[in-house]
Every structure is written in structure tokens, then in C-alpha cells.
Design a protein around this ligand. Structure first.
Ligand code: ASP
Ligand code: CP
Length: 330
């Protein structure tokens, strides 16, 4: 386990003279946004800017040549899995993709610790998505090599929150003093949990917009308020739309419901359409971690404030920056 500045022992044993061991990420696990100080965020955003320039100019580099990433996904993914793969490949590394654990020995009953111990025999770093809260931490406790949390149940999705914050900064030019509305499934949405924690570092005014059964967990609301920040919970998005700088919309997380009748009651609660966008500020960022299943109508896609496709692309630059930093090449 290492998330506190000390590299995991394996990283030190295999370090090259050219490795950057003092970047604050070298040989570390990335499990929670709680690990990211403002300085670390600034560093990663700076490296991500450089990665974007690199991709636009050259497409790829050989910075991680000889390195191998194991991409271990126990839950479905399009963006996170493929952007980590693209990030590794564009930096000259290779990937072991395990996108459907059904086809791996997990379906024979192999445990998470043993699966992790297997993959680290072959790879230098492991990206893990798993349905249980805390799974990434368990993996990190067993692994000698770095683990990156790509979503642990309803817990966290730290790399998504990094790319979300990076996108907000790019779209609006600042992070301090923003009014941010989180809309949709705030109970089960791990991206909301991670982003709320990160934005709490800045002087953010929060509006939590959800159906009553999908409110943000009480401890998280308390966490925000304990920082002296404004946190208003509302049900109707019309109450806040004209005030906010960021509208962060999320999908109702069907896979977390044991009672699908309940899911049916809330699945179509909010739809962002051109009518709603007319009420929003002229300079505002409409974001969504994606996939969307009706929360934002296609008619909004051409609106310059619709940032979700740019947000998705930013994910690759952020993940390139993280891979390079953790492997000591940034
Ligand atoms: N893709 C994001 C996640 O895995 C958001 C979502 O699935 O709704 O958390
Ligand atoms: N945003 C996100 O995590 O997308 P995927 O579930 O497709 O990876």
C-alpha cells in the first residue's frame, strides 16, 4: 500500500537512473481523490497539457516503451478502459486487456488478491474496476506494483474526477468560487462522490439536485458543510439552472438497484434539452461522465456549452499524465 509519497518497494527496486522519483506519484497507488493536494493536481494538469500537445503534434511517444499495463475490468466500461489503453499505447507501452473477467479465471472462482498477484507477475501497473467499494484498496494491499482505481462500486472514480476538474478548469479558466450543480443519481454515482470531494478543496457553492431517493449520502453533505461550503439540496433543476457555472449531469445507476421498479420511477427524472439550456448562463459548462441514457438530449450536443465530448477526450490526456507520473517518466 502506498498513497502517501513513499513509493512501493518494487518501484524502488526497479527504478532507472532517469526515473523521476520525486514527482509525488512515482510508485504510488491511485485509490482516492483524497490523495490529491492542490500541488499534485497542478502538477498532473501541467503534464496533461503537455500530453495533449504531444498527441496533437506527434500522436505518440516512446516514454513508456517496455512497460506493460494490465487493464482489469470486473464491470463494463467504454471510456475508462479504452482511454487507459490508448494512453499506454500512445506512450509506447503495451496493454493486457481483461475487459470481461468472465473469460478469465475469475469465473473459475479465483479471488481478487490472487488475480492481482497473477497480473503483477506480467505487468508494471494495474488498472482495476470492480463492483465493490474498497476493492481497489484491497488490491493495493496485496500488490507490490501500483494499482489505479478505475471505479470501486459506488465508492470512488478518482481518475474521472481528475479529468472532470481538468475539464472545468479548461472550459471556465478557473476552479475557485464556482457554483456547481450535481444532477441525477447522487446516491450511487461514484463520479459525483469523487468530484464533490475534489471541488470541496476550492471555494465551491454546491447544488445537489436529485429525486428524494437518490440524494447525496448524508456524510458527504456533512463533509462539504464541515469545510464551510454552501451545500443546497433541491429536487427541481429549474431552481438552479440560471445560477450555475457547471451543470454536472449523471445517469441513474441501474446496476445498483435491487428493486428495478424503483429504478423505473426515477430513471427519466431529468432531461437537459434546448429549452432548459436557454435558462442557463451564456458561459457555463454542461458536463456528464457518460454514458448518457436520456439525461441530455442529442439536440444539445451542438451547444458550445456542451463539454461532455471534450471532457471525454481530456480523460486520455489525464490518464497519460498519471501513467507517466506513476511509472516515473514524467
Ligand atoms: N462511467 C461512469 C462510471 O463508471 C458513470 C456511469 O457509468 O454512469 O462511474
Ligand atoms: N465515464 C466512465 O467511466 O465511462 P465508462 O464507464 O464507459 O468507462
Amino acid at each position: 500500500m502506498s498513497q502517501n509519497g513513499t513509493p512501493k518497494p518494487h518501484a524502488l527496486r526497479t527504478a532507472q537512473p532517469s526515473d523521476n522519483m520525486n514527482n509525488g506519484f512515482f510508485g504510488q497507488d491511485i485509490i482516492s481523490v483524497r490523495q490529491f493536494s492542490p500541488e499534485k493536481l497542478t502538477y498532473i494538469f501541467g503534464v496533461a497539457d503537455e500530453m495533449e500537445t504531444l498527441v496533437r503534434r506527434f500522436g505518440s511517444a516512446d516514454m513508456l516503451s517496455g512497460k506493460v499495463l494490465a487493464n482489469l475490468f470486473y464491470e463494463p466500461s467504454t471510456r475508462t478502459a479504452s482511454s487507459f489503453m490508448a494512453a499506454m499505447v500512445r506512450l509506447g507501452g503495451r496493454v493486457i486487456p481483461i475487459n470481461e473477467v468472465h473469460y478469465s479465471s475469475v469465473s473459475k472462482g479465483e479471488s481478487l488478491p490472487d488475480t492481482i498477484r497473477t497480473l503483477e507477475c506480467y505487468a508494471d501497473i494495474i488498472v482495476l474496476r470492480h463492483p465493490e467499494v474498497g476493492a481497489a484498496q484491497i488490491a493495493a494491499d496485496y500488490a507490490a506494483k501500483p494499482i489505479i482505481n478505475a471505479g470501486d462500486g459506488i465508492g470512488e472514480h478518482p481518475t474521472q474526477a481528475l479529468l472532470d476538474l481538468y475539464t472545468i478548469r479548461k472550459e471556465l479558466g478557473r476552479l475557485d468560487g464556482l457554483k456547481v450543480a450535481m444532477v441525477g443519481d447522487l446516491k450511487y454515482g461514484r463520479t459525483v462522490h469523487s468530484l464533490t470531494r475534489l471541488l470541496s478543496r476550492y471555494n465551491t457553492e454546491f447544488y445537489f439536485v436529485s429525486p428524494p431517493i437518490l440524494r447525496l449520502p448524508e456524510d458527504m453533505v456533512a463533509e462539504v458543510k464541515a469545510r464551510g461550503l454552501k451545500a443546497v439540496e433541491v429536487e427541481d433543476v429549474h431552481e438552479v439552472i440560471s445560477d450555475v457555472d457547471v451543470l454536472y449531469v449523471t445517469r441513474v445507476q441501474k446496476e445498483r438497484f435491487s428493486d428495478l421498479a424503483l429504478y423505473d420511477q426515477v430513471k427519466d427524472y431529468y432531461t437537459v434539452d434546448p429549452e432548459l439550456m436557454k435558462m442557463a448562463k451564456p458561459k457555463m459548462a454542461l458536463m456528464h461522465p457518460l454514458p448518457r441514457v436520456g439525461e441530455i438530449s442529442y439536440a444539445v450536443d451542438q451547444d458550445p456549452r456542451a463539454a461532455y465530448f471534450r471532457q471525454m477526450e481530456n480523460g486520455m490526456f489525464i490518464r497519460m499524465a498519471l501513467l507517466a507520473a506513476v511509472l516515473g517518466k514524467a
